[in-house]
Design a protein around this ligand. Sequence first.
Ligand SMILES: [Zn+2]
Length: 473
Amino acid sequence: MKKYNLSKNITTVMLAWAMLIMPLAAFGQTRISMPKNKYKVQDDVRIGREASAQVQQQMPILNDSETTRYVQDVGRRLVDAIPSQFQQPGFQYNFSVVNARDINAFALPGGPMYVNRGMIEAARTEGEMAGVMAHELAHVALRHGTAQATQQSKPLNQLGTIGLILGGAILGGQQGAQLGALGAQAIVTKYSREYETQADILGAQIMATAGYDPRDLANMFRTIEQQSGGQRAPQWLSSHPNPGNRYNNINREAQLLGISRNATQDTREFQRIQSKLSRMSRAQSMEEIARNQQNGRGGYGQGQNPMANGRYSSRVQLPSSRMRVFSSGNFIQMNVPDNWQEFPTQDSVWFAPQGAYGNQGITHGAMIGMVQSRSNNLQQATEDYVNGLMQGENNYLRQAANYSRTTLGGRNAYATTLSGRSPLTNRNEVVNVITTQLRNGNLFYVVAVAPENEASNYNYAFRNMLRSIRLGD
Ligand SMILES: [Zn+2]
C-alpha cells in the first residue's frame, strides 16, 4: 500500500473594500448590513464542520468539563443575543477550549468556536472574555468567511476543494505560518478593516443585549495589547487588525446602546475558572505544539512523509494481541495493536509495526482518514475514493471483490477488497477498504493492508479495530 495523498489547494482569500456600515442614530445603534455572499448558508456549515473536525484532531482540546461548560454558558448567552436578522437556524454554535497558552480565539463558519486557555487567563474579567467571543460570533453571524470568498477575484466555485475558509484566521503571523498544516491547513487570512469594524459594532450590540458592558470588548483589546511580547504574543490581534480607532469606536457604540447599570462585568465563576487554570500544568504554546508534532512521531507539514525514517524488513512482527486505544480529540476512538506506531499526516493517520513502513507507504498495517466527496451517496463516494486509490502509486491494485454492505461505528458502510503484487514486498497484497459517511457528508475510510500469505494473522487485529471504531462527529 503506497502512500496516497490528496492534494488540496490552499487558496488565499483576497479582500476587497466595501463600506457596509452606516450610523443611524435614530435607531440608537449603528445599523449593520449583511455583506454580499454568493454561498449558501449550508456552505458555511459544511466548511466549518470540516475545519472543526481537523481542529479537534490536531489541537489539544482542554479536557476539563467545568471550564468547558463555563465557556459554553457564556457562549450561549451571547448567541441568544445575536439580533434576529443575523440568526441562522442552520448554524450550530458550540464552544471548546484549546489548551494552548497563546492569547487567541477563533470561530469557524457556521458556528464552532475555539477559545485558547491563554485567552481566558489573559482576560481581566468575564466581560472581557465575553467581548472576544462576541466579536468572533459577529464574524460568524455575518458570514464573513464566505463573504470574503465571494469578493475574491477568481470565481470560487471549487469551494468543496479549497479545503477551508477559516473564518477569523486561526493562526496569525509567524506561528501561523509554521502551523499551516496544524490549523487544519489554515488559510491564514485576515479580515478586512470593514469586516473588523462590523464585528466590533455587532459584537458590542451582542454584548449589550446579553447583559454585558459593551465597553469590555474595547477593554479586552487593550488588555491583549498590554500582553504583547513573549511566548503569549497575541496572535489574535494580527488576525483581527485594528480598523483604526477601534477603542473609541466601540466605546461610542456603547454610548449609543446605553450601558445598563446591572451589566455583568465580572463573576465569581470566572475568577474561579481562572484560578483553576492557573493551577494546571503550564499549557504549551502553539509553536511548541507544532514543533513537537514535527519532531515527534508524526510530521504534519505538507509534502512531508512521517514514515520516511522507516526501513522495510522482510521480517515484520505479528500484530500484538494486546490493543491500545487510539483517539483523536472527540473525532474518533478505536483500538489498534499495541506494537503499531501511528503516523498522522494531513488527512489521514497510518498505523504500522516496525519494518512495515517507510518512505513509500506501508506493507502491513492500516490507515484511516477522511476525504471530501463529490457525492452524498455513500456508494458513489466510495467508488470515487476506491478508483482514486487504485491510480498513481497504487496502480498495481485491482478490485478483487464487489462492494458489500456492512456497518462501521454503527453507520451504514461499504466494504471491498483490492489486491495486486506489491512493488515493496514483491508479494501479493490484500487491501481491505471500509467506508462510511461523516455527518458533514465527507467520506471516512479505513484501509487495512497485509501480504496475502500473512493475511490470516491480521484478521483478528483488523476485526478488532473495525468493531471498536467510535465516531464523534
Ligand atoms: Zn475580527
